[in-house]
Design a protein around this ligand. Sequence first.
Ligand SMILES: Nc1ncnc2c1ncn2[C@@H]1O[C@H](COP(=O)(O)OP(=O)(O)OP(=O)(O)O)[C@@H](O)[C@H]1O
Ligand SMILES: [Mg+2]
Length: 301
Amino acid sequence: MGNIVIELKSLSRSYGYGEGATYALKDFDLEVRRGEFIMIMGPSGCGKTTLLNIIGLLDRPNFGSYMLDGEPVARLSSRKKAHLRSTKIGLIFQDFNLIPSLNVLDNVALPLTYAGNSKSKSKRYIAADDILRRFHLEKREYFLPFQLSGGQKQRVAIARSLVSKPEIILADEPTGNLDSRSAHVVMEELKSIHEEGNTIIMVTHNPSLTTYATRVIHMLDGQIDKDVKTVADQDLPQPVSIHFGRANLDQADHTEPPEDITPDISIPIEEEVKVNGKRKKNSSRKLKKLQKKSSKKKEVL
Ligand SMILES: Nc1ncnc2c1ncn2[C@@H]1O[C@H](COP(=O)(O)OP(=O)(O)OP(=O)(O)O)[C@@H](O)[C@H]1O
Ligand SMILES: [Mg+2]
């Protein structure tokens, strides 16, 4: 797996047939590197939302290819796509789609209950509470959506998109309906998520926000009109968390970790392990034993 996370080649998306066909995207090429913060600008109707919908696996192109992490998206099953949408990709759109009968906390915890997420119920609520605090919404956790202002609803929707810590965030005018203070909170949050090495593609009509971007793309009539990088590829932020699991070996940069870094075994409290093919929870006693062992080892060294 290289550093290119999204690769679009000769992508077209049209509506209608023959003479009446209109192109939302036409022969569109784009390479997105891990850690880029791209702002997309352009006049109404130039294809910005269409582009995000395709990248976010909500829509399909008529022609062309889309590779996500080196894998052709056209070959993915709809189940795999749904899984990627709930884990790898965070979508922030203007129509909030909060579930009216669920309170704020439940709305935000919802993506963590989808298949493939093994978090316990209490951990899901802790994660939801954590992200709501980052958006200064902790006092509204037990409110229903109709009891919130438009700006608060939007911030809840943004918190919900980010609760599963997606690597790729697609945002369609996330600050469009917000007052300047709320917009600032959202932009600072996106900035810190970007600094952690995640990739963000955001549509905006507000040129003053482009200071947050590492690259600004201007679109016109379904194509790229101008593409300006303000940060060199080698200076893009790298993922900050250090993983030791097999699943992340592909993403590692193959440099040796410094010798004094020991995997922190105090973090997984309820890690699931397989014993004789059966799933078992790692007891905290077992973890404490491991911790003792590791600290003794350090003393000896
Ligand atoms: N479902 C649809 N059926 C027909 N035409 C569509 C459909 N969705 C989008 N289009 C057309 O595709 C073009 C691009 O639409 P898109 O929503 O991507 O624009 P946009 O750049 O996001 O505009 P805005 O800034 O107003 O949000 C428009 O001309 C639009 O009319
Ligand atoms: Mg749009």
